[in-house]
Design a binder for this molecule. Structure first.
Ligand code: SAM
Ligand code: SF4
Length: 346
């Protein structure tokens, strides 16, 4: 190929015309918590360290998809991403990537349980990370211990403060509500968001828990969350854009200011599958077109067998092409995936 010939571009489009530009990367399947809705207390089997993608392999896949397949946003997740050694090094590598069409930096974010953020938030910010989601499901320390099997509520709250102080914007706090466990905490969370200047996002409980205890009755629906919120706060719907979260702004807050809005991700009662643009790369290099997909393609095998960039791209395009229309939770033909959120890269 002559030197000045541009590299061939691939559009990651599926049969339903959904173009895929968002890559979720799990950097580890391990975790320092054991959230009841995600992992069993004991008995998880972990991926061998040698089988995890190296930072170089993660960088290769990401750079390829950004440079040649239109990927423009990347989210680091896990397991718990902050327990992967030298994580800021990976962030520094990825944050150098530029969106091909605009030359702007890619949008890079991370989801964390927040327990070690007070120690690492500054380093992550310096490395180029700008957006953080902290998962926190209860503001009651006894419930926290029951839910995560760790006594770390104070450290998570300190982690949220550290993230705000380090300059992350926005800091979002994601809460999964479950009936009989924390269904009554909507207003407490909203007040925390206003006090700390962070965006609260409620996420409906999904059938991805390792113990298979999910039932539809335990899902606290979008409608119910709004009803609880309206009892204590005055808000109005905001424009949603392409985000899976429905957004609401407080009428007495200045729009766009920290903590001026909250959101709901109604993945179960009002799925957003028809506009889904996500692909998920597991810690051991399996690419899935959906959290609920039953299949995957193994990018690690391709790389470790000497595969070319073109082969990798073809494998990714094939995986996207196989994507189903939607996850069908609650319908008779729904099939529960055999892996939990922590193993898939939630
Ligand atoms: N450890 C990090 C954390 O907790 O933020 C990142 C990985 S965790 C698997 C990513 C997200 O998945 C968290 O916000 C967690 O609340 C959510 N999650 C885990 N199991 C879930 C389930 N069964 N339904 C809904 N969300 C779930
Ligand atoms: Fe760990 Fe996150 Fe799963 Fe909780 S939700 S066990 S913090 S991976």
């Amino acid at each position: 190929m002559p030197l000045d010939q541009p590299e061939q571009q691939t559009v990651l489009v599926d049969k339903f015309d959904r173009v895929h530009s968002d890559l979720r990367i799990s950097v580890t399947d391990r975790c320092n918590f054991r959230c009841a809705y995600c992992m069993p207390e004991e008995g998880m089997t972990w991926v061998d360290r040698a089988d995890l993608l190296s930072f170089e392999e993660i960088e290769r896949i990401t750079a390829l998809l950004v440079n040649r397949a239109g990927v423009s946003s990347v989210r680091l997740t896990g397991g718990e991403p902050t327990i992967r050694a030298r994580l800021p090094l990976l962030v520094a590598k990825l944050s150098k990537l530029r969106v091909r069409a605009t030359g702007d930096p890619i949008d890079i974010s991370m989801t964390t349980n927040g327990a070690t953020l007070a120690l690492i938030a500054d380093d992550l910010y310096q490395a180029g990370l700008r957006r953080l989601n902290v998962s926190l499901d209860t503001l009651d320390s006894e419930r926290f211990l029951e839910l995560t099997r760790r006594d770390e509520l104070t450290r998570v709250l300190e982690g949220i403060d550290a993230a705000v102080e380090a300059g992350f914007s926005p800091v979002k706090v994601n809460a999964v509500l479950m009936r009989g466990i924390n269904h009554d905490e909507v207003s407490r969370f909203l007040q925390l968001g206003r006090d700390k200047g962070v965006t609260i996002r409620f996420i409906e409980f999904m059938p991805l828990d390792a113990q298979g205890e999910w039932t539809e009755e335990r899902v606290v629906s979008r409608a119910e969350i709004l009803e609880q919120a309206a009892a204590d706060f005055d808000f109005e719907p905001l424009e949603r854009g392409s985000s899976p979260a429905e957004r609401f702004g407080y009428r007495d807050a200045s729009p766009g200011s920290p903590g001026s809005e909250f959101g709901i991700i109604a993945s179960v009662t009002e799925p957003f599958c028809e506009s889904c643009d996500r692909m998920r790369l597991s810690a051991e290099g399996q690419l899935r077109n959906c959290l609920f997909g039953l299949d995957h393609v193994d990018l690690r095998d391709i790389m470790r067998n000497g595969g070319s960039d073109d082969e990798l791209l073809a494998a990714v395009a094939g995986e996207v092409d196989r994507k189903w229309a939607g996850h069908a939770i609650g319908q008779v033909h729904f099939i529960r995936p055999s892996k939990s959120m922590s193993q898939l890269g939630g």
